[in-house]
Structure formats: structure tokens, C-alpha cells
Design a protein around this ligand. Sequence first.
Ligand SMILES: [Zn+2]
Length: 446
Amino acid sequence: MHGTLAGHLAAHPAPGLPEGATPAQAAALPPGTSVLAQPRTMPAPTAPRSRGQGQGVWWEHDGPLALVYAGGPDGHRGDLVVPVRLPQGAGQWPHLLHTLSDPETFHKVDLVRHQDPAEPGGWVYEAHLMVLAPAYVPASTAGRRAQAPTGRRGGVDGNVSNLAVVSVPDEPVIAGAASPGAAVVSSKVATASDERDRIARRERKRRRRQRALERSRRASNTAQYELGKRQRKRQRRRQAAGLSPRQVTVPGGPRIARADGTPRRSHRHDTLSSTYRRLRARDAAAAQRITQSRRTRARRTAGQIVAVHGPNLVIEDCDIRGWFRLWGRACARFTPGMLITALDHECANTGGRLLRAATRTTALSQHCPCGHRVPKTLRVRTHHCPTQDGGCGLTGDRDLVSAALAAFTHLHDSDDPSTARVDYQTSRRVLCAAGPGLPGALTEMM
Ligand SMILES: [Zn+2]
């Protein structure tokens, strides 16, 4: 890759940019100021001017950025020169400055193409740049992480459709406090109703596309499918009436298969129409967009959680794959696994850790903070500690009580979930003394 960020900026400055601004000066402009104004189709970069005699070499090029593929020692067709169009838009310039300002940084460029039915030709070509440098952290994220509370310990309870987080101040602060329950903070994360509607709409669209794909595949490979029940009945009726058999364009029955259920002809040998290919590309692009938006949402939520509860959290060590078997659709909507992974990263990047506690040694959902065992099935959503058996009488949301207990869970060895034990002595003093309800403030997050 040749050229410099300064040369690129000098060639394509935004209209309002001060004359002769350097990349660093452009990064210091107030947020919202446009830095680059690049045409939709970038002009081909001109070969570098020579400093001395004859043609110049690309190593001397300090204009707009260009990818140059040399023809090699016996290349007769010369170099392949591809202009670079940098990402432009809100918040992009500081990121570009981080990755491209230092030409000495070791970097690697991968030319990647991916299907995009909206683009002419159906493909988008991108140059992915990787630099050997610390990862870029936007100023807003760095600021949020610096402000995250450090003197707290939190517990997380993951669930198919929501996440409960409860945090308490560190031990010495609790010991000295007159009413330790007041410092408890709890949050519940669930999918917002408008988000839920949007997901349902997207799922309906996806199912429609899947049905159209299936119809198209059947229509192009009629010999591989049996007739449907109604189609068969109709053919029989026509035969009985002495009419000629009707041509069926889309057979509705199952795929013709061998006795063990494997299709007689593999799906990959099917004839696929151009409509099918186009629709499949559109479906893949839509699926990629959905994954991207889910990942963004998971990161944002993880950021919010750590900003309130701090980066030292404990979660029950559970296998989410089992949830998917039982509650696949609900899981796919809320994506608890993605949220927990994002939380793991956010905790680590904020200087803490998300610890995992074994279910067997803690049984968080089956205990009360007073130490009493309160068995409940998954259906029971409210925790109620009975007073007649010497319990404390605490009543609260099942997930929040479980998360609160996780906040009092300590691990002997942070890498071994089975060494987790709940400190019931402290949890009883903080959570059960204030009254029948769970103490502290509750916030809802989306
Ligand atoms: Zn109790």
C-alpha cells in the first residue's frame, strides 16, 4: 500500500475543512465535523512523479492511498493499481488516524470480496487492513471505562429471555455501613418491545424468503420430489376420469430418499436458477446484517452493565447450548450467549473479570440469601422464603435473588468454577435484614 493519510486528506478534503489541515489537526476538530469528501467512484491514482530522471517509483508516492500489485519480475502487463476509498462518516477519522498515520507500523492488507445483491455485479471488494498495534478504542468508550465503579462486586443471572445483574460494594465498605442494603444496585436487561416487534418482522421476512427458496429449488428439480398429498389425489382423479396427467411445476411432497433417509441425489448436485442464486445472496446479506446488529446491541448492553456495576462480576457457569435445544426461538431473539461473551470482553477491557461459578457447589437459584434452601421449578418466577421453617421471609424476583447471591459468591481459585462458595453470612446481613423485599434500586436496561 502506497501513499499517506496526509496525501489522501490533501486530495479529498471536506468543504468546511481548514486549508492545509494535518490528519492530527483534523482529528482534533469538534465531533460532527466532516473530514473527508471522497467521490463514490475513486479516480485512478496517477503514477508518482519522478524526483530525478525517468519514471518515479511507487515508494516515493505520497499522494492519495493506493494498493499496488506489482507484476513481478516477468510481468509484462505492469502493475495493477487500485485506488483506496477510506471509510468516511461519524467517528471514522480518529480510527483511520490510529491505523494509518504511522507508515512504519507493520501492516497487512487482505483483498476480500463478499456478495451484496445491491451492488452492480453482485460483489463488493474490500481491502481489509490489519496493523500490528494495540486495538483502537474510541474516546467515548475509553472515557466510559475509566468512569466504571471499581469498588463493587456484582452477580449476573443469565436466562433465556433476560439478564439480571445485582452489585454490592466491596466487603470493608459493607462492614462499616449502617444500612448496607441501601448500596445494593440491581438491573434487568430484556428485549425492548419495539425491538421485539422488529425482530418478529425480520423473522417473518426471513421465513418468506426461505419458503420462496424452497419453492424455486423444487421447481428446478421436479424429478427429486414426490407429489404432495393433494397433487397425488388430483392425478388419480384425472386418471379415473380418463384425462391426461397434469404437468406439476412445484411438487409438494418429500424429497425422494433411500430407506435410511438420505436423499437419492445430494442437494449440492441440484440445478439452481438465477432467481434462486439472487435470492440466496440477498438472504445471506440479510442474515449478516442481523448478526451485526445483534453484536452491536450486545456490546452496547455490556458497556451499560459494566458502567453501572463495575468490571468484577460472577456468573453461574452454565451450558447455553442446552437452552437452545429447549427454547431455540426465544434464545435466538435475546441471544444470551452473545451478551455474556460481550460482558466477558467488556469486564476484561475495563480491568476486571467475569468469573464463572459452578452450579453444583452454589445452586444459586435454589437458595435464599439467608442460607435457607428454597427449591423451585423453572416455572416459579418469584422467590419466597417461608418464615415458618425459620426462613427470613424475603420475597423477590427469582432472577434478581439469584444474581444477588452470585454477588456474594467467592472463588478459591478464579480459574476453577467448582471452588465457588456463597458467603451466606454477609448476604444475610445485607439482603435479608432490611425487610421482606430485595433492598436497593432497580433499573431496567434494553
Ligand atoms: Zn431466606
